[in-house]
Design a binder for this molecule. Structure first.
Ligand code: NAD
Length: 490
């Protein structure tokens, strides 16, 4: 789409790339339509970033490293991030409204994302000047200093499900560590990242420290992943694209962090506090319409309490309502029509497998007709061979499976290709600790569940969930490497 038909959306909803501190259209002038998942309506346009745009952004980032950005002290970088945190927090309502229009999530969730984004900048901003190296005892005639240094220019490929949070955890950490960054937001949800990046410019980040090129994955994303000027990559998204990104990174011999989703299990033993667990079991899959990498999408329930828990969860599912993000629904629409069809396709396959729906919510009567809504659906019992037990659906679909004993619970919980998050519900502290430690997951919760898992806590997976960790101090370390200086002094 070219500039001539840009007038179909409000002028402040036509967005350019941010390269070297300037708003720049795509090199060929092309733009992408942004449809709101709430009603399917066109409401914004973003630049369809090209290979030339990525190249310009990488060059701007390199120049920033060698210029004003690279000259700042760690404390100065930290202060800038803290200023940005304050600016984001002050505009949390505005950012939330924009996110809900762009991504479809309920307003309260968008607001929580904006507050979390501010907290990421605060966390990493305050850590910037606490990141220090080491002195190693060696020969008495030598002094050995090990310095923690940034990788250089880092590339960040962001998905559509939590744009603000994932931007915060990856770009916040990279900037705190002193890298300059090139960001490729998801084509389906770029707007809050563009807005926050404009705020970064306003609070005084030097030109080129933070560059944003919007556009398609197969063009802008693939060019960024393969660009020889990139020194480290952070990717969150699907396993298939993760493979492509890591393959591209390998050609340039640079490191990459991959966060690729999950099929996380919540295990309930027969001594669990069921009343306490119930709201969490439901929220863990309903939050963000199940479009959450760490969604609690499988319930494993000990045989003796299976029916009781299934009935209670089913009852809660029947009360759930998908609807317009501004009308306090339990969940909003799916991100786009393809995702809506994908989720409905899984439900169809479940029906073909003969699985039983035990609880189904509704799409609100006043949900806009053109939106991509899906009724939350709970199926039980679902055997472990089922595609619905094994594959990440990325929608509001929960499955429950009974188990007999501890050994079977562990086998089932670890019985998918993924390993991102898990939970154990039991009043027996020794058992929950034992089972928790046996889980193959990057984060394990006991008698609670943290979809997304906290700003301060390292987060990432095993197996098909990817590798490397973001969040917490470990996430900051990931955006650095070490340099050892050996000084002979006689
Ligand atoms: P995706 O992996 O294709 O997209 C994620 C990001 O990668 C986007 O910014 C996209 O533009 C970019 N991208 C796409 N192709 C690329 C390429 N060849 N090289 C470099 N970057 C590329 O995900 P999707 O198509 O938006 O969603 C598909 C499925 O992925 C979903 O249904 C869901 O199961 C999963 N997903 C997982 C997460 C997560 O948080 N782990 C997030 C989004 C989607």
């Amino acid at each position: 789409m070219n500039d001539q038909i840009v007038s179909t959306v409000a002028p402040d909803m036509v967005h350019k790339n941010l390269i070297g501190g300037r708003d720049i259209p795509a090199s060929d002038g092309m733009m992408l339509d942004v449809l709101s998942p709430v009603d399917g309506a066109l409401f914004a346009k973003i630049a369809a970033g090209t290979a030339e745009d990525i190249d310009a952004a990488v060059q701007a980032a390199r120049a920033a490293l060698e210029g004003a950005w690279g000259k700042l002290t760690a404390t100065e970088r930290g202060r800038l991030l803290m200023k940005l945190a304050a600016a984001v927090e002050a505009r949390a309502d505005e950012l939330a409204a924009l996110e809900s229009r762009d991504n479809g999530k309920p307003l309260r969730q968008s607001k929580a994302d904006a507050i979390a984004l501010a907290r990421y900048f605060e966390f990493y901003g305050s850590a910037a000047d606490k990141l220090h190296g080491d002195v190693i005892p060696y020969l008495n005639t030598h002094f050995i200093g090990v310095e923690r240094v940034p990788h250089g220019v880092t590339g960040h490929i962001i998905p559509w499900n939590y744009p603000m949070q994932i931007f915060g955890r990856s770009v916040g950490a990279a900037l705190a560590a002193g890298n300059s960054t090139v960001v490729k937001p998801a084509e389906d949800a770029s707007l809050t990242i563009l807005r926050v990046s404009a705020l970064a410019r306003e609070v005084g980040f030097p030109d080129g420290a933070l560059n944003v090129v919007t556009g398609l994955g197969r063009t802008a994303g693939a060019t960024l992943a393969a660009h020889p000027g990139i020194d480290f990559l952070s990717f969150t998204g699907s396993p298939e694209t993760g493979t492509a990104v890591q393959t591209a990174a390998a050609q340039n011999h640079v490191g990459v962090t991959l966060e690729l989703g999950g099929k996380s299990a919540q295990v309930l033993f027969d001594d669990a506090d069921i009343e306490r667990a119930l709201p969490t079991l439901v929220n863990a899959i309903i939050q963000n319409g199940g479009q959450t990498c760490s969604a609690g999408s499988r319930l494993l329930i000990q045989r003796g309490i299976f029916q009781e828990v299934v009935d209670a969860v089913a009852e809660r599912f029947r009360a759930l309502r998908a609807g317009h993000p501004e009308r306090e629904p339990d969940l909003g629409p799916m991100i786009n029509q393809a995702q809506q069809r994908r989720v409905l396709g899984y439900l169809e396959r479940g029906r073909n497998e003969g699985l039983t729906v035990v609880g189904e919510g509704v799409v609100a009567l006043d949900a806009p007709a053109g939106g991509y809504y899906v009724a939350p659906t709970f199926l039980a019992p679902v055997p472990h061979q089922s595609i619905l037990f094994q594959e990440e659906i990325f929608g509001p679909v929960l499955v429950a499976t009974p188990f007999e004993d501890e050994a079977e619970a562990i086998r089932l919980a670890n019985g998918t290709a993924y390993g991102l998050v898990a939970a154990v519900w039991s009043r027996d502290a020794m058992r929950s600790t034992r089972v928790g430690r046996a889980m193959r997951a990057g984060q394990v919760f006991v008698n609670c569940y943290g979809a997304g898992g906290g700003i301060e806590l390292p987060f990432g997976g095993f197996g098909r969930s990817g590798h490397g960790r973001e969040k917490g101090f470990e996430g900051l370390i990931k955006f650095t490497t070490t340099k050892t200086l050996v000084i002979a002094h006689g």
